[in-house]
Design a protein around this ligand. Structure first.
Ligand SMILES: [Zn+2]
Length: 324
């Protein structure tokens, strides 16, 4: 499929680009201060980091959320963290198993960080990631997937991490792969959503169950619009997506609308007997009209329609829940 090809090309390109980067040169991401001692690392326009990441500095250490698609980008993030603080990276949280969020785990583990993730991240990281490279996967790509460092601490429903007095809540939520987590910093009204939120970007639905996903998104958007921090300062909720720029609740609502619209359109076309190419041809014009300006439209629009069709007809293959 085309988006898999794109994924592979991006991977090769971004690794080469990041490796070629001179010390002190352009970063593969943009760092944004989004709360007190909380930074989002937003992938650059070329996709050099492959996905977003972020970090939180507490009293006695740092927690990193996701580690990009390549070790060069992870090394660049580590260097940025070390330029802000001498505190060690204590924890890395993987929001899900997809390779564009976990490829730099080893960079932080080598500095003593503990990699934390839902038990399915550990179960799927070395198996399910192979599919992104297609049938012509190279020995080098196979070795890269085999060499990914799996979480060393796992959980079922969530875990609370402490950086001194700073509390970080990691919460399992369903929809994107069946093994995703969000990372929230309650004292700042910040939520790192991983790939449960895509900001003005078509999502990858390859492992998705959108019925569960919409339930998850409703939990985000049902929250009060004003958030009061522990210090008493009002602060709007800040949502860091897995792909796209930092967003607010309205942006999450837009993404919710995308999944809802796509479900409705595919359902209607299926009721009229459309399948395969005919399903795509029926849904595509409306999709393009409403969401044609979003990122990854050319890559993901067709597979999104087909993935939604498979889910709604009960034929979707998703990663199977693993025993621990
Ligand atoms: Zn991703």
């Amino acid at each position: 499929m085309r988006f898999l090809l794109r994924f592979c090309l991006l991977f090769v390109f971004s690794t080469a680009a990041a490796l070629a980067q001179a010390p002190g040169g352009q970063l593969p991401f943009e760092l944004k201060l989004i709360g007190p001692n909380i930074w989002a690392a937003i992938d650059d326009a070329k996709g050099d980091a492959g996905a977003n990441a972020g970090f939180v500095v507490g009293d006695d250490g740092v927690a990193v959320i996701d580690t990009f698609e390549n070790e060069a980008a992870a090394n660049a993030l580590l260097a940025q963290i070390q330029s802000f603080t001498h505190l060690p990276v204590k924890f890395v949280v993987n929001t899900h198993y997809h390779v564009d969020h976990v490829a730099g785990n080893r960079v932080f583990a080598q500095k003593g960080a503990v990699i934390v993730g839902h038990h399915s991240v550990r179960a799927w990281i070395h198996t399910e990631n192979l599919k992104f490279f297609g049938d012509n996967i190279t020995p080098g790509q196979k070795a890269m997937v085999a060499n990914l460092l799996a979480p060393e601490v796992t959980y079922d429903t969530g875990v609370t991490l402490f950086l001194g007095s700073r509390r970080i809540e990691v919460t399992y939520m369903q929809g994107h792969t069946g093994g995703d987590s969000v990372v929230s910093i309650p004292d700042a009204g910040v939520i790192f959503c991983g790939d449960l939120f895509w900001h003005k970007t078509l999502p990858n639905l390859i492992d998705a169950t959108t019925s569960d996903w919409l339930t998850t998104l409703a939990q985000f958007t049902d929250q009060p619009r004003d958030y009061t921090t522990n210090s008493g300062l009002p602060r709007a909720q800040i949502f860091v997506p897995g792909h796209g720029d930092v967003g607010n609740m309205n942006d999450v609502q837009d993404f919710q609308d995308y999944l809802t619209w796509l479900r409705g359109a595919v359902q209607k076309a299926q009721a009229a007997g459309k399948q395969g190419d005919a399903l795509v041809a029926t849904v595509m014009p409306g999709l393009k009209q409403k969401f044609g300006a979003w990122a990854f439209f050319d890559d993901f629009s067709r597979p999104n329609i087909l993935d939604m069709g498979a889910e709604l007809s009960g034929t979707k293959r998703v990663p199977s829940p693993e025993k621990k």
